[in-house]
Ligand binder design. Structure first.
Ligand SMILES: [Zn+2]
Length: 233
């Protein structure tokens, strides 16, 4: 089980992201990133397929966890993490080649406009920015974290929260909530969805093995405590 201090630092991130989702000037800026052609296509397509396709294939780049040295092709490089709790930067990853000593730097931002400039990241950067893009349309969208190793989005479509994962290929990226459990062997305990002033337990939407989730949770339901931590964050 992820411990509470780790919840607290991720809560700061998701609260900041959710607040940015309510910021009209940020949403206006990210909306301008969407090509006209894609905007036209999604006007009649509630599956968001053209938007997901553009975002994954034309806009964002994936940052692997392990990099290969661009000078001598050695891999994997060793990784140093530098925390930065100031401004838009969350942390910096410095990948150092053990053979030739060259370095590659990956800076991780919680600031949506910085992510939109760099256009690179892993599931957190992708879901933070994709959530802003859908909110700009406007389709109300929030960020979801499974507290194992992945995060994604949920969009409110026809009054229902729908699973959206911009890192996956369509159609898996749209409304395939059991995909992770079925294919990645996820053993959920708490899957949480965030808004600016609340955190919601959405685990039941992602599991067909609720009895196992309950067993993992044990007697104590941590949601009350997690809500208080989020409220204080
Ligand atoms: Zn090297």
């Amino acid at each position: 089980m992820t411990q509470f201090p780790s919840y607290a630092s991720s809560f700061r991130l998701y609260k900041s992201v959710s607040e940015q989702y309510n910021d009209r000037s940020i949403l206006d800026s990210v909306k301008r990133l969407i090509p006209e052609k894609v905007l036209h296509l999604i006007a009649d397509d509630q599956t968001l397929k053209p938007l997901l396709h553009w975002f994954k294939n034309d806009f964002m780049k994936w940052m692997p966890k392990e990099l290969q040295c661009i000078r001598c092709n050695n891999r994997p490089m060793s990784i140093q993490l530098v925390d930065a709790n100031s401004g838009a930067l969350r942390k910096t990853e410095i990948h150092v080649c053990n053979v030739c000593g060259s370095e590659q730097i990956f800076q991780r931002y919680d600031n949506i406009l910085r992510i939109a400039e760099t256009r690179v990241g892993r599931c957190s950067e992708w879901s933070i920015l994709f959530g802003a893009i859908t909110n700009s349309l406007p389709i109300q969208t929030r960020i979801v974290h499974d507290y194992l190793d992945h995060c994604w989005n949920e969009s409110l479509i026809n009054n229902k929260w729908v699973h959206i994962d911009s890192t996956l290929d369509y159609p898996i990226s749209f409304d395939h909530p059991y995909y992770y459990e079925q294919n990645w062997g996820k053993n959920y305990e708490y899957v949480l969805a965030f808004s600016a002033n609340s955190v919601e337990d959405v685990t039941t939407r992602y599991t067909q093995q609720w009895y196992l989730v309950q067993k993992r949770r044990g007697r104590k339901d941590k949601m009350k405590e997690l809500r208080e931590i989020y409220y204080r964050t």
